[in-house]
Design a protein around this ligand. Structure first.
Ligand code: ZN
Ligand code: ZN
Length: 342
């Protein structure tokens, strides 16, 4: 537990982490307490803060049970207040060292994707391919996967979040691969969709539409652009192909120490008129949950990942990880986006 008050900070942990905390914590005092870390933190805050005060908590990272025990331990003069993405927002713009770590993570995953392609054959279980991807990533130095590896073939490719199952890859159909690695603490994220067997006309049309949509999204990324504009670029392209209704998730998300960080790249919330007015008035970073559009800035790392998911038929998603620059973006996902037929 990290507590901050009036320019002072202290990290509370227990005896299991004595060595690690002393090695890794910079800029905060390390306290190996006798009581539970949270309760030690409460005592410390009570000492730092005189009179009535408000203590912010990270609402997205604190369980209700922990909140209750904090509340019971707090003196009545201290009030708990939920905060949203306070720390995450400080991390939105990456410095040069962070960018090079993310580049390295992306590059490792690029290599693994290319190396796995010879094993992508009909009849192979999705879970076996996922295991091979993960084994290769670890062998090449990844600390962990950034999230559960997605390998979804045939009709299962219509599941936007088709975590690998025991299902075998089809004779003919799409296969979606979505995975990323953690390297030196930083995540990568990429999706490619390949086709097993000769694609029919509909499959070709769907793939071409998603590719065009993804490329339109990439073109819209640059410092100063609104996150909703990137989303809009992707959605508009799919509308032209009458496929927008099958694009059922947001266009992208920030990536860093965590796989999902702000900013989110999504459509304008609420009625479009109202939201546009808010944007014009400059009130664009308002909502704590990050549901409002915001301006991209150089050094942000985001994904652009439109997809089309047609139940009973299959789905296509293409996702690049990019660094926002003043004039556009640096694309970190290297594998080709042309339809790969295996
Ligand atoms: Zn992904
Ligand atoms: Zn993603």
């Amino acid at each position: 537990v990290l507590a901050l008050a009036k320019g002072k900070s202290a990290l509370f942990t227990d005896g299991r982490y004595t060595v690690q905390a002393r090695e890794e914590v910079k800029g905060a005092r390390v306290v190996i307490g006798k009581k539970a870390a949270q309760l030690e933190a409460v005592d410390w805050l009570a000492k730092q803060l005189r009179g009535k005060a408000v203590c912010g908590i990270e609402a997205e990272h604190l369980s209700y049970a922990s909140y209750e025990s904090l509340r019971h331990a707090m003196p009545a003069r201290l009030r708990l207040k939920p905060t949203h993405q306070y720390v995450e927002r400080l991390r939105m713009i990456k410095d040069a060292a962070e960018l090079s770590r993310i580049r390295a993570a992306a590059s490792l995953a690029n290599d693994v994707f290319e190396a796995i392609l010879p094993d992508v054959k009909s009849g192979v279980p999705e879970s076996k391919l996922a295991a091979e991807i993960e084994f290769m990533c670890r062998r090449m130095g990844a600390e962990a996967m950034s999230f559960e590896t997605i390998v979804a073939g045939g009709k299962r490719s219509a599941l936007p979040h088709g975590v690998a199952s025991e299902q075998k890859l089809p004779q003919n159909g799409f296969v979606i691969f979505d995975f990323g690695v953690k390297l030196a603490g930083y995540c990568s994220d990429m999706t490619r969709t390949v086709h097993l067997g000769a694609p029919n006309a509909r499959a070709r049309r769907v793939y071409a539409a998603v590719k065009a949509s993804q490329e339109a999204g990439i073109k819209a990324v640059k410092a100063g652009a609104l996150t909703s504009e990137v989303d809009q670029a992707c959605r508009k392209t799919l509308e032209k192909h009458s496929l927008a209704r099958y694009f059922t998730h947001s266009t992208g998300h920030g990536v860093g120490l965590e796989i999902h960080e702000p900013p989110g790249l999504r459509a304008l919330p609420g009625t479009k008129k109202k939201a546009a007015k808010r944007v014009r008035k400059g009130r664009i970073s308002g909502s704590p949950q990050g549901s409002q559009p915001e301006r991209l800035e150089a050094g942000m790392v985001v994904t652009v990942e439109p997809g089309v998911y047609i139940p009973g038929f299959g789905g296509v998603r293409i996702e690049d990880l990019v660094i926002v620059t003043a004039t556009g973006c640096e694309v970190l996902s290297r594998p080709s986006k042309d339809l790969l037929i295996l």
